[in-house]
Design a binder for this molecule. Sequence first.
Ligand code: MN
Ligand code: MN
Length: 301
Amino acid sequence: MLDGDIVEKYRRAGDIAKRVREEAVRIAKPGMKLLELAEYIEKKIFELGGAPAFPVNLSINDVAAHYTPTLNDEMVIPDGAVLKIDIGVHVDGYIADTAATVTFNPAYESLLEASYRALDKVIEKIGFGVKAYEIGRLIEETILSYGFKPIKNLAGHSMDRYIIHSGYSIPNYFDRSARWSFSDGAYAIEPFATNGIGLVREEDVATIFSLRSSGRRTRLSYVEKRVVEELWRERRTLPFCERWLRGLCKGVESIRNTIQLLIRKGLLYLYPVLVERGHGYVAQFEHTFLINGREVIVTTA
Ligand code: MN
Ligand code: MN
């Protein structure tokens, strides 16, 4: 069984993430700047007493995940877009990871429905002792029944304190090799549905990064050192983005330079933007599940 204090922190993180997600879904509209939406969401997380577990992902159409607005990002939500809003919140390192999709084109409503319904069925099925492949099978069956495909190389994940992917993956399809079963802990489950081929590939561009280590053994310039020390103190290995370095470096150039230098020194892990390989449109819904003996808490529902 999980400690009561820990459960409470997971619940608080989940409640904040849920409220922010709902508000983001309400205010997102075509023509709105992604940067404005991202900053609104991240500010709200702090106001409610949490901190972002990762930069909010605002991924449009065939972009499945891992796009967060850059500094001075001019992109706006296009007319008729399929927009995924993926939000992470942590309270003292205990994480809630949740996503919803909105569309401004009625033609894509059934694509959203496929992912939403798959997650709904997971809520009914999941529990202590359930095997990961059973969840994957349920997700795949549900998405296929709508005439779409699950994205096979994206998966749900177990989480731990300050760790978003702590080792176990929950497939979005019937993967017989996923024989492990759920036990006490936190899990994010995220069915991705697409009208493309059902796979993503990494683009050459990354907007999200995380530290690989504290950097104490690496030779760093004064600015690099300040950035690394601050990130390590605040976030450990939790992801960050260039927008969050505004207070630490002077100007866009300096921020981008510092990130490039830290990449070259091997200190950063990159999360490349993920695009559907057939350029199909992608929908995603995600909740965080806390399994605690017989109890299942959907912290973000
Ligand atoms: Mn997520
Ligand atoms: Mn996730």
